[in-house]
Design a protein around this ligand. Sequence first.
Ligand SMILES: Cc1ncc(COP(=O)(O)O)c(C=O)c1O
Length: 279
Amino acid sequence: MFAYIHREIVPVEKAFLHVSDLSIQRGYGIFDFFKVQDGHPYFLDDYLDRFYNSAASMQLEVPHQRDDLKSIIFSLITKNNIAASGVKMILTGGYSADGYQPAEPNLIITQHHLTLPGEDQIKNGVKIITHEFVRDFASAKTINYSTGIWLINKVKENQAVDVLYHQKGIVSEFPRCNFFIVRNDNTVVTPAHQVLRGITRKNILKLAARKYRAEEGVVTLEDIANAKEAFLTSTTKRIVPVVKVNETVIGDGKPGAVSLSLLNDLIALENEDFQSKAN
Ligand SMILES: Cc1ncc(COP(=O)(O)O)c(C=O)c1O
């Protein structure tokens, strides 16, 4: 496996950062992550837009123009030649002289084999727990996942698969996924504030608007308890139905028709994106 670092593609075993990097010293940096199938990165422009936006909002400069970055990505995925993978672009705070001042950012690009959620999660839905927390710079994809990682044991102890953040009962997102509910009138709603604007979230809002009412708005813990369906979204997970939040069962406790139909629509949209680039 090869990675891009220090402006060259090298075997991943040789991809090192110096200890002075601000990502190591202070956890300062941003990243993004997209799926690749047979050499085709899905929705690449959306992920690049978000990568450049996250960098700008954290005052980091991406060392390449968009076209150059694209050709680096294509060189790497051609070299690695993996059927189904995820590509991660990380931009760090750079080699800091005093361990605090930002320096020239380091860009690292790695590629990984992809694991999709198991069939049983789609068939039966999952349980989640909740935790009061708001991410710093929520609209940027920063590398700081301390709270999410710190909560891993609590998630496991509760036989849950993930933890949904909220503040005073107003929910936002998971450490690595966005959240949706389906109200009883089939309106599909996702939290508007204190969230990362997920690319899957954007696609689901677009797809949902074709069939139902779809909106970004305020979602409370009480709204979830009264919802007909709930689901999470992310690049790797697509849609996973949520059937239990803490000890509250959502709807009839089974993955709902709206969630499952949106999952099919998302797969169709991915296929369309794949075909459009192949032509
Ligand atoms: C904080 C956060 N929210 C939401 C998401 C989901 O975004 P996407 O659909 O672009 O993968 C991610 C992805 O890792 C994330 O880190």
